[in-house]
Design a binder for this molecule. Structure first.
Ligand code: SF4
Length: 503
C-alpha cells in the first residue's frame, strides 16, 4: 500500500460529553480503521476535536512498516507525558500495527498510556476506554502471534472490523475505502505486516456488496477496495469460489457507484481474468498499483518476493496487451541488505523500461521480528540510502512529467474530489476570502479531481462540482499534477453542456 498518506489529526469539535482526538499514521487500511473506530465512538457520545489539549480521549493509530513512523508516535506520546496532571480523566490509547507488535513495550516506554489495542481487536476500543476511565486500570487487547497457535487459531484472533462508518472521516464524501481482506501470508523478509495484521482472510462477497450498497446510498461515488495483497482475494460462499474479478463484477452493478479502484496488488496474482475484468467493466479504474520493490533478481530473492524481474516483465506485458490504457504505479525499497550499486541501477532500469505513472520510494529500515532482521545486517550506510532515494525520485519525476506532458491538449474526465490543498489553506487562513458554499455561482476556486487512471488534475471551478464527473481540458503539467480548465459537465441523463456556471 502507499504508506504515509495521512499523518494528520482528524478534526471537528462540538459541545459534547467526550472529546476524542485521533491521529493516524500509515496506509489507507489505517485511515479506514480510524474512520470505523470514530464511527463507533460517536455512537457512544464522543465528538472529534483537533485540539489534543482539549481532548479527554487521545488515540494514536499506528504503523510499523518503517522505523520513522514508530518514532513519530513515541515522540508524540512523549509530548503528552504530563497531560494527566491537569486532566486526570484523560484516557490515552495506542491502536493498530505498533500496538500489535510492541504490546507491553509501549507501557514500558510510555507508562502514561492506558490502552494498547492491536489491529484485530478494534471492536474492543469503546469498551476498553469506558472501563479504563472507570477503574484507571491499564488494558491490553492484542491478537495471537503467528507462532502462538494453529493458522486457524491465529486467524480467529484477528477480527475484520467493519461496522458502521463515520462519513466525516472519509477522504471526501464521495469516496470510501472498503476492506475486502485482512492480513498477509506472503512473508516478504523486510515486512512486519504478516505479524501485525495476521493471516490472509477474505471477507464474504455478500458482506462486501451490502457495504458498497450502503455507501452508495450515502452518496459515495467511488469505492477503493483494500487489501494488503488485494488481488489475492479468495472466498468461498454457497459453494462458489469468488476471486477479485468476480467481486468487481458484483460491485459493478451497484447503482450510484461510478468508479471502483483496488489496492495494493501482488505481482504474482495479477492474473489474466482480473485484467480482463478491468478491461470489460467500465466503472473499474484503469489504474494498477503493483509494487516491484527491486529490479535485481538477487535482491528480490533476498526479499522473498516470489518473482523474478522476468516474471514481472511478463506481468507488465499481460497488462499492456489486455488493458493498454492502464496506468501502472510501483513501490521501491532502496538500500535493502546487500543492495550493490549494480542492483540499484537495475531498479533504475526498471523505471526507465516500464515508465511507471509514479513510484513510492522508501529507504530500507530494519524491522525487529522480520526475517531480514535476523538474517542479514542492515549494511547500506544511511547517506548511500539517501542518495539512491533521491536519484530514484528524480528519475521517476522525470518519467512522470514526460508522461503527464502527453496529456497536454487532451480532454480528460475527472471525478471532482473538492478543494485543492492550496484553496483549503487559503480558506483556513481567511474563511471570508472564498465563498465556497455561497450562492455566488460565478465564483471560482481551485478544485482537484482524479482521472480514471488516477492522475491528479487541478482546475478552477465551483466547489459545488464536488462529487461529479467533469471534463477538463489539460493545458499544463508537473510531475505530479495535470493543470486544466473545465470543458463540459456530464449530466445524469447523459447530456453534456458547456459549463461556464454550475448550479
Ligand atoms: S506482500 Fe509482502 S510487503 Fe506486502 S504486506 Fe505482504 S509481506 Fe508485506
Amino acid at each position: 500500500m502507499d504508506p504515509f498518506l495521512n499523518s494528520e489529526p482528524l478534526s471537528k469539535s462540538a459541545d459534547h460529553n467526550h472529546q476524542l482526538y485521533i491521529e493516524t499514521v500509515g496506509c489507507q487500511m489505517n485511515m479506514l480503521d480510524s474512520e470505523l473506530v470514530v464511527g463507533a465512538m460517536r455512537g457512544g457520545n464522543y465528538e472529534l476535536t483537533d485540539d489534543i489539549g482539549a481532548a479527554d480521549t487521545i488515540l494514536f493509530n499506528t504503523c510499523s512498516v518503517r522505523e520513522h513512523a514508530e518514532h513519530k508516535i513515541y515522540s508524540q506520546l512523549g509530548r503528552i507525558k504530563y497531560s494527566k496532571r491537569t486532566r486526570p480523566n484523560l484516557v490515552i490509547g495506542v491502536m493498530g500495527c505498533m500496538a500489535q507488535k510492541d504490546q507491553e513495550i509501549i507501557f514500558e516506554r510510555a507508562p502514561h498510556v492506558d490502552i494498547v489495542v492491536g489491529t484485530g481487536q478494534l471492536a474492543e476500543i469503546p469498551r476498553l476506554i469506558d472501563e479504563t476511565r472507570e477503574n484507571r486500570q491499564r488494558q491490553m487487547a492484542v491478537s495471537l502471534g503467528r507462532r502462538d497457535g494453529s493458522r486457524t487459531q491465529v486467524a480467529g484472533s484477528f477480527e475484520s472490523y467493519d461496522p458502521l462508518r463515520d462519513p466525516e472521516m472519509r477522504p471526501s464524501p464521495y469516496q470510501a475505502f472498503v476492506r475486502i481482506m485482512i492480513g498477509c501470508d506472503k512473508f516478504c523478509t523486510y515486512c512486519v505486516v504478516p505479524m501485525t495484521r495476521g493471516p490472509e482472510q477474505s471477507r464474504s462477497p455478500s458482506q462486501i456488496t451490502s457495504e458498497v450498497r450502503t455507501l452508495a446510498g450515502q452518496g459515495v461515488k467511488e469505492v477503493t477496495l483494500l487489501g494488503q495483497t488485494v488481488n489475492s482475494y479468495r472466498h468461498i460462499e454457497d459453494g462458489k469460489e469468488y476471486r477479485l474479478a468476480d467481486l468487481l463484477e458484483l460491485i459493478h452493478d451497484t447503482d450510484g457507484i461510478e468508479r471502483i479502484k483496488f489496492v495494493t496488488n501482488y505481482p504474482k496474482d495479477m492474473t489474466l481474468d482480473l485484467l480482463q475484468a478491468v478491461r470489460d467493466l467500465p466503472k473499474v479504474s484503469r489504474y494498477l498499483h503493483v509494487p516491484a520493490q527491486s529490479g535485481c533478481d538477487e535482491v528480490l530473492a533476498r526479499m522473498k518476493r516470489g518473482y523474478t524481474v522476468s516474471d514481472y516483465r511478463e506481468m507488465m506485458q499481460r497488462i499492456h496487451e489486455t488493458v493498454p490504457d492502464a496506468a501502472v504505479s510501483s513501490d521501491f525499497i532502496v538500500g535493502f541488505c546487500g543492495e550493490t550499486e549494480e542492483s540499484f541501477e537495475l531498479s533504475m532500469n526498471l523505471i526507465r523500461e516500464f515508465r511507471f505513472k509514479n513510484s513510492f520510494i522508501f529507504k530500507y529500515s530494519e524491522r525487529p521480528g522480520t526475517k531480514a532482521d535476523g538474517l542479514w545486517p542492515d549494511d547500506i550506510p544511511d547517506d548511500v540510502k539517501r542518495r539512491r532515494n533521491n536519484e530514484m525520485l528524480a528519475l521517476q519525476n522525470e518519467v512522470s512529467e514526460e508522461d503527464n506532458a502527453e496529456f497536454i491538449g487532451r480532454e480528460v474526465e475527472v471525478l471532482v474530489e473538492g478543494l485543492s490543498k492550496a484553496s483549503e489553506k487559503r480558506l483556513a487562513a481567511n474563511p471570508e476570502a472564498e465563498d465556497c458554499h455561497g450562492d455566488d455561482a460565478s465564483h471560482k476556486t481551485q478544485l482537484v479531481g482524479r482521472t480514471d487512471c488516477d492522475r491528479i488534475v487541478v482546475f478552477d471551478g465551483n466547489p459545488r462540482l464536488a462529487g461529479s464527473l467533469t471534463h477538463i481540458a489539460v493545458h499544463d503539467c508537473s510531475a505530479t499534477t495535470l493543470l486544466g480548465s473545465i470543458v463540459t459537465r456530464q449530466l445524469n441523463h447523459g447530456l453534456q453542456v458547456d459549463l461556464p456556471v454550475v448550479s
